[in-house]
Each structure stands twice: as C-alpha cells, then as structure tokens.
Design a protein around this ligand. Structure first.
Ligand code: CO
Length: 210
C-alpha cells in the first residue's frame, strides 16, 4: 500500500468509528457549522489545532500559514477573518504560535530563502520593534522562544488593527483575542497575550466611522 493510500484507509476507519460513537455525527454537521473559535496557527505538521485542543469537527474554524502571521495584505487571511467574524460570529480568535518554529528561526538568520523572504520579513519587523528585549537575551534558543511569544503578541495586535475586528467590537462586543504558544516538547499551550473585546489600542490605529 502506498503512503497516501493509508490515509484513505484510516479515513474510512475514522468515519465508521465516529458513526459508531454518535450515529448522527455527520448528519448534524452536514448543514451547519457554528464554531465558537477561529484558530490562526502555524502550518507546522506538529501543531494540529483540533488534536492539541481536544476539539471535534465543527468546533474550530482554522487558518494556518508559516509562523501564524496576520498580514494585512494577505487576502486569504482577511477572507477567513471576515467570514468567521461576520458570518460565523466567532466569540474568540486564537493566534497560536509554537516554540521551535522554523519560520521564527529562519527570520533570525541572514540567509536568503527565496520567495519566503518576503513573508519572514514580517517577523523581522517584530524583532526590530522589540530589538532591545531580544538582544538582551544571551542564549539563541531563549531569543527564539521570546521572539515566538512577541510575534504572537504582534499578530494579535494586527488583528485589533483591522476594521473587521474594530467593527465587531463596536457593534457586538466580541470577539476576544488570544495569543498562545504551544510547546513541541511537552504538548502544553502557554497563554502569553490577550486583548478583550473593546480594548483600546494606540489611537492612530482606531477607526471612528465603522
Ligand atoms: Co512554525
């Protein structure tokens, strides 16, 4: 059996076991999803949103990219954000990074990696904003860990700078924004930053006519 065929076999077994546990599982989810959470995570194969949070299909709306970035020119992210906030009406948005992130580590080097340089530049910007703190850390691994946390914080801030979030905050007092970091070595998620709905950010970023 080829490697990908194993996935199809496992899928059949999984579908059957779901129906064994709950005969209405698929019929219930078929016509409606009402997830309470939007997850913006890293594409890393070791950080699967549902597994590490013990959630089922239907519970989390997921967007993943390299190093869990919120980039304002990323039409993909913006489409996911608008749909989940305005149509699905999620109550919480989680930006989840992880220690040992290849994107963070790459951004800390001066190597050119091709096209992804443009993506990683956004992480270098986070480094520049927090240069004093990062540079005061001696151990390179501790530096990367702290940049991972600060990157999550800045991506949560980037969410709060969008008109999509500010409009929802103004009219509906949701969603709350959460910054988390997952540990590859122990499987534990560490909350590192939070912005409750209607938190005021630097006024230069606040729109007054939403
Ligand atoms: Co990563």
């Amino acid at each position: 059996m080829r490697s990908y065929e194993k996935l199809l076999e496992a899928n059949k077994a999984w579908a059957n076991s779901q129906v064994d546990k709950d005969p209405h599982f698929f019929t219930r989810l078929k016509d409606l999803q009402q997830p309470e959470f939007l997850w913006i995570g890293c594409s890393d194969s070791r950080v699967p949103a549902n597994e590490i949070t013990g959630t089922q299909p239907g519970e989390i709306f997921v967007h993943r990219n390299v190093a869990n970035m919120v980039v304002h020119t990323d039409l993909n992210l913006l489409a996911v954000l608008q749909y989940s906030v305005e149509i699905l009406q999620v109550k919480h948005i989680i930006v989840c990074g992880h220690y040992g992130c290849g994107g963070i580590n790459a951004a800390l080097t001066n190597h050119s990696f091709g096209i992804i340089n443009k993506w990683l530049r956004n992480i270098k910007d986070v480094h520049r904003i927090h240069r004093e703190e990062i540079d005061s850390i001696k151990d390179p691994r501790d530096q990367a860990d702290r940049l991972t946390e600060l990157n999550v914080q800045e991506q949560v801030m980037n969410l709060a700078k969008t008109s999509i979030i500010q409009k929802a905050w103004k009219h509906e007092n949701r969603p709350d924004l959460h910054g988390w970091v997952y540990g590859l070595d122990n499987g534990i998620i560490k909350p590192v930053f939070e912005l409750s709905s209607r938190t005021h950010i630097d006024p230069i970023y606040e729109f007054d006519d939403l």
